[in-house]
Ligand binder design. Structure first.
Ligand code: ADP
Length: 193
């Protein structure tokens, strides 16, 4: 199974992706995590993207697409994958489509976590307090920027995938368990169609 999780920062993509990993035996590919790992390891890519991440801006489409292109053909993705944080722009979505086509792969669904934006700041502040991993972009200023970037560049993907008939929206404001069971339900319904 190959999925995309779509939603603003703090929508719960990472949490739901981990549950999908357990339940479906597919691999989570979080571009944010890949980039943070590169920054921590001070690789060439890491040094290149550090300040972009800290400011809540997007790294270039080319860089992220080549990262994903390498990743999805690794053996641990043979059962499928969940893209978390990618695509984030229409250009990335177009590149992904071409990439999957060239590898003879098909996307099963795009799951949109529908959330109340007013409540996201609380969620992210809570995550920053509770997490052992300190994220340099989990502060009010960078979050505001990330939300603005999401609305401008990523939200148009909702329409993009809905036109293609691939979009499945679930209520992302419910409890973690309820969101997970809604996702499960839409995936099961999809496989019968
Ligand atoms: P969020 O919690 O905001 O969803 P992520 O962990 O997915 O954040 O990503 C953190 C940062 O990594 C983003 O603010 C951006 O700088 C960079 N990034 C992640 N994925 C992409 C992408 N697909 N395209 C461009 N930049 C990305």
């Amino acid at each position: 199974m190959r999925l995309i999780l779509l939603g603003p920062p703090g929508a719960g993509k990472g949490t739901q992706a981990s549950l999908l990993v357990e339940n479906y035996g597919i691999k989570q590919l979080s571009t944010g995590e890949m980039l943070r790992a590169a920054v921590a390891a001070e690789t060439e890519v890491g040094l290149q993207v550090k300040s972009v991440l800290e400011n809540g801006e997007l790294v270039s489409d080319e860089l992220i697409v080549s990262l994903i292109a390498d990743r999805i053909e690794q053996p641990d993705c043979a059962n499928g994958f969940i893209l978390d944080g990618f695509p984030r722009t229409i250009a990335q979505a177009d590149s992904l489509e071409a990439l999957l086509f060239s590898k003879n792969m098909k996307l099963d669904a795009v799951i949109q976590l529908d959330v109340d934006e007013g409540k996201l700041l609380d969620r992210i502040e809570k995550r920053a307090r509770e997490s052992s991993e300190v994220r340099s972009d989990d502060n009010a200023e960078a979050l505001k920027k990330r939300l603005a970037v999401y609305n401008e560049q990523t939200a148009p993907l909702i329409h993009y995938y809905s036109e293609k008939g691939a979009l499945k929206a679930v209520d992302g404001m419910a409890s973690v368990e309820k969101v997970a069971s809604s996702i499960d339900a839409v995936l099961k319904a999809g496989s019968l169609a």
